[in-house]
Write a protein of this length. Structure first.
Length: 337
């Protein structure tokens, strides 16, 4: 591996319009940077290929004040700028009180140093943790090659058991599943327009070179989360190899509205097992409108991994995901026993 950054231009932009201007001008030769905890390591290690070029220009959007805000309104809900650091999410009182699942997920991201530098936008847009993608000598599919080396190689930890295609990576974001469970929306900007998408539509499948829908002239502006007008029980659980700091082998985010012990509504989202935060609608349907029992919990856990096709060495993730779903549902159900 190489340990020196190559030469590139760097600009601190003052506002969204200036950032969009430079992105439009440089196209694929530019990258947006904020915390830089993932991007700079990729550049330093010369991770590149036909579909992944080293940038000529880094556009620092952390200098845009409007993207560094957390605002809350009782009617419209929560707005989080893309460059808000993970540590600020943890220390926000309104997030702790009303969107606690987000706080739970963020606390399990990286180390204290990473959380002080890393941003919510960067966490959602980070690249695969696959050892072949991260090695400069392997031109894998995600770099524009014609092969996924992980299929017949190392895929025990950070790879998918669902929706495998030309790439078998599992998306590394812990925040993604929590935001899907909260029905968040992503605001995306470019020089010509601003668009809004459901957060689950922000992520792409395994047959794309990138993991998000962002085009070369676009960047993430903010995340919007609806107001939680009813009391919502929220829980995020994650299993990893190193509990000090590691990416998920499997994780589960659950947000449920419960009245008199009955699940009026529930969102069950799994992480670490698919190319994107993986919703489990069959499992949700089993518990929705019902009072939890141990039998119901077991059925929901089984349904959450329906259709899984694990690779030769990561089949354990099926049972791991089921166990986490059971733990989440039991924990939420006990609150209303």
């Amino acid at each position: 591996m190489l340990f020196e950054l190559p030469s590139f231009e760097h600009i601190n932009v003052r506002d969204i319009e200036e950032a969009a201007f430079w992105l439009q001008k440089y196209g694929k030769k530019a990258r947006v940077v904020a915390g830089g905890t993932d991007l700079l390591s990729l550049i330093k290690d010369r991770i590149e290929g036909p579909e992944l070029k080293l940038p000529d220009l880094l556009i620092n959007i952390k200098t845009i004040h409007d993207l560094n805000r957390i605002t809350y309104d009782q009617e419209s809900g929560l707005r989080i700028g893309a460059v808000v650091t993970l540590n600020r999410l943890i220390t926000s009182d309104v997030i702790e009180q009303k969107y606690n699942i987000l706080s739970q997920a963020v606390r399990q991201v990286g180390t204290t140093q990473i959380r002080n530098m890393g941003t919510i936008g960067g966490n959602l847009c980070q690249r695969p943790r696959c050892v072949y993608f991260r090695h400069p000598h392997f031109i894998c599919f995600k770099k524009g090659g014609n092969k996924c080396y992980a299929v017949m190689g190392e895929h025990r930890y950070y790879h998918s058991i669902f929706q495998n295609g030309k790439c078998v990576m599992a998306h590394p974001s812990d925040i993604g599943p929590a935001l899907v469970a909260l029905k968040a929306r992503a605001i995306i900007v470019s020089a010509n327009r601003e668009r809004e998408v459901c957060i689950e539509d922000f992520f792409l499948g395994p047959n794309n070179f990138t993991e998000t829908i962002l085009k070369s002239d676009e960047f993430l502006k903010e995340i919007q989360i609806p107001a939680q007008k009813d009391m919502t029980q929220q829980l995020f659980l994650k299993e990893r190899i190193r509990h000090s700091a590691d990416f998920a082998l499997s994780s589960v985010a659950i947000a449920a509205k419960i009245s008199d012990g009955i699940f009026d509504d529930v969102r069950i989202v799994l992480g670490g097992i698919a190319p994107y935060p993986y919703k489990a609608p069959s499992a949700e349907g089993i518990v929705r409108g019902k009072r939890l029992t141990e039998e119901l919990i077991s059925k929901a856990a089984e349904a959450s991994v329906e259709g899984a096709h694990p690779l030769p060495m990561n089949g354990y993730k099926v049972d791991l995901a089921k166990a986490l779903v059971k733990r989440c549902l039991r924990s939420i159900g006990r609150v209303h026993d």
